[in-house]
Design a protein around this ligand. Structure first.
Ligand code: NAI
Ligand code: OAA
Length: 318
């Protein structure tokens, strides 16, 4: 049947890195019918194969989104959102910071190439160490800070949410949690701002139970790395990145913990760190400065110091 319909420009998301996180994110995006996806990897065959496989499920999953697998940045041109998941995952016993040297080169190159093709895009960084890689991507992209952000706080908060749900024998649906700081061992889960149907968890659990769940949240990534033995978590990370992409593309007014560029907020400057932010179609619209106790503030600054230490090492690689 010949068609005389106008050609529409569909929303396009490019996912750089077709590994576990990238390919799962691509699947989430097309199967939620959110946007077309360009999946890029340095290893030829992998993105093309995954794209074809996802495409063959299109009729079964009932969506109309296109997915292209490629090794060529030209295919990503005109993307609305670019998500960078390219890079090495850690091995059991390794810290995320130990990935800095290898992943800095990958993220810098991926950002340079992607921004040249999509200068209007919003960039979401996933590669670890997250806060440092997000800073590097922002620096080399030369984009304004609201258009570059990192994914971690949503994942860390989701883990805390599920651990609380399990402890209380409740559905996670009614549980809201907040985790601030760098995506590392010093992240700052905030029990005072974590609630069950509006009730702070501090009213529902004793201090030692909360401490145990906070500790498990801090070790959430490492727990999965130890279990899998090769690679790290990818289902919950892909869901977390999906949440950010959806919020931006649908311009949903949501307040989410993300790695955002700080310019004096929380007494911190010139650093990407996990904070609650309002996202929208322009990226990070504003950062919410929560009132913190002295103890929470000290913990946040300790986490920031650790991110800055690794950042200074990474900036020397530029
Ligand atoms: N921010 C967060 O909360 C999370 C971060 N991560 C991080 O995300 C990254 C990816 O994790 P996975 O997908 O599990 O790893 P993976 O090893 O499954 O996939 C990484 C992919 O990147 C590709 N790649 C490597 N160099 C590239 C380049 N120069 N250009 C394009 N592609 C390139 C590889 O070929 C591979 O397909 C890791 O650094 C991991 O630590 C993972 C989970 C959560
Ligand atoms: O732990 C890792 O290496 C991957 C990651 O960041 C997470 O799952 O939180």
């Amino acid at each position: 049947m010949a068609s005389s319909l106008a050609v529409c420009r569909p929303t396009r998301v490019s996912v750089i890195g077709a590994g576990n996180v990238g390919s799962t994110l691509a699947q989430r995006i097309v199967e939620h019918n959110l946007a077309d996806v360009v999946l890029l990897d340095i290893v030829g065959g992998r993105p093309e194969g995954i794209a074809l496989d996802l495409l063959e499920a299109r009729g079964l999953e009932g969506h109309d989104r296109r997915i292209v697998g490629t090794t060529e940045y030209a295919a990503t041109a005109g993307s609305d959102v670019v998500v960078i998941t390219a890079g090495l995952p850690r091995k059991p016993g390794m810290s995320r910071d130990a990935l800095t040297r290898a992943n800095a080169q990958i993220v810098i190159e991926a950002t340079r190439q992607a921004v040249a093709q999509s200068p209007e895009a919003i960039f979401i960084i996933v590669t670890n160490p997250l806060d440092v890689m997000t800073y590097l991507a922002w620096k080399v992209s030369k984009l304004p800070p609201p258009r570059v952000m990192g994914m971690a706080g949503i994942l860390d908060s989701a883990r805390f949410q599920v651990f609380i749900a399990k402890e209380l024998g409740l559905s996670p649906i009614d549980i809201r949690t907040m985790v601030l700081g760098g995506h590392g061992d010093l992240m700052v889960p905030l029990p005072r701002y974590s609630t069950v149907s509006g009730i702070p968890i501090t009213e529902l659990m004793d201090a030692s139970t909360i401490d145990r769940l906070v500790e498990r949240t801090r070790n959430g990534g490492a727990e999965i790395v130890e279990l899998l033995r090769t690679g790290g978590a990818f289902y919950a990370p892909a869901s977390s990145a999906y949440t950010m992409v959806e919020t931006i593309l649908l311009n949903q007014p949501r307040l989410l913990p993300i790695a955002a560029y700080l310019q004096g907020e929380y007494g911190l400057n010139d650093l990407y760190l996990g904070v609650p932010a309002r996202l929208g179609c322009g990226g990070v619209e504003s950062i919410l400065e929560l009132k913190l106790t002295d103890e929470e503030r000290i913990a946040l600054h300790k986490s920031a110091e650790s991110v800055r230490y690794t950042l200074e090492y990474a900036l020397d690689l530029l």
